[in-house]
Design a protein around this ligand. Sequence first.
Ligand code: BT5
Length: 253
Amino acid sequence: MPDTLRTRTFGHRIHHYSRAASTNDIAYKIALEGGEEGEVVVAEEQTQGRGRGNHYWFSPPGGLWFSLILYPQKILSSQVPALNLLGALGIAITCGKLFPTLSSQIRWPNDTVIGDRKVGGVLCRAKCKKDKAIFVVMGIGVNLNIEEFPPSLCHTATSLRKESGHTVEREAFLQTLLEEMEELYIISQRDFSFILERARLLSSLLGKQVAVQMRQGEIKGLAQDLDEEGNLILRLESGIQTRITPEEGYLRL
Ligand code: BT5
C-alpha cells in the first residue's frame, strides 16, 4: 500500500495472495492466531469465494477480493449482521467518490448496487463468546474490471468498468475504500445510528414494494425502515409490520 494511506490501522498490514480459496478463511485463521485490527488479506483471484449461506461468489482476476480483521468494542453477536451494512455503505461511498457520475446505492442487507445490478457484496463472519463478538472478519468483494459474467449473473451483476467505461486501478480503489471504511467504523463504535442513518439515505429499497423469500415461503410488502440491528422492517399487505433478519430472509430480485 502506498505511503499516502491515511488510516490509523486499516491496511497497515496486508497479506497478499495471487490466488486463494477464500480470503475470509485466511483472515479468520490469522485472527484466531492473534492478528491485529485492520489487517487485510487480499487475493487477485479466489477459487472458492463465498457469499451468505451456501451462495458462491464469482471472484476471477480483475476484481477486488479482500477481508478485513476487526475487533469491535462491545458488539453483541446479534449486531454483527449490521456490520454488513457498514461494509456495503463503505463500498457505495467509495464508488461515489471515485466515480461521481455513477449512482451507487446499498441494497439490504449486504449489497452495493448500481441501478439494480450488484457491483459489490459483503460477508461478515464473527467469532463469538456467549453473546459477544470477539472478532469479526469482514469480507468485501467489488467487481472492478470484470468484463464478462457467467450466464447466471449477467443480468444481475455489473462492474465499475462496465458502468464507467474506465479501468479501475485496484490499489487506488482499495486505499480509498480502507480510508472510508475506517472512518465509518470509528464512528460506528460510538454511534451506530449514524451508520444506519447513512444506510437509510443510500438505500435502494426503502419506500419500495419488495418480495422476500423466507424459509416458510415468500412474503411481500413495503420496505419501511432498518432497525438498530440492521434488520429490515417490512409492512405487509395486511398492514402488519414485520422485522426480517438478514439470516432469515433473502430478497427476491
Ligand atoms: C455476498 O453474498 O454478496 C457476499 C460477497 C462477499 C465476497 C467477499 S470476496 C472476499 C471475501 N472472501 C469470500 O469468500 N467472500 C468475501 P450474498 O448476498 O449471498 O450474494 C451472493 C450472490 O450474489 C450469489 O448467489 C450470486 O447470485 C451473486 N454473485 C456471485 N458472485 C457475484 C459477483 N462477483 N458480482 C455480483 N453478484 C455475484
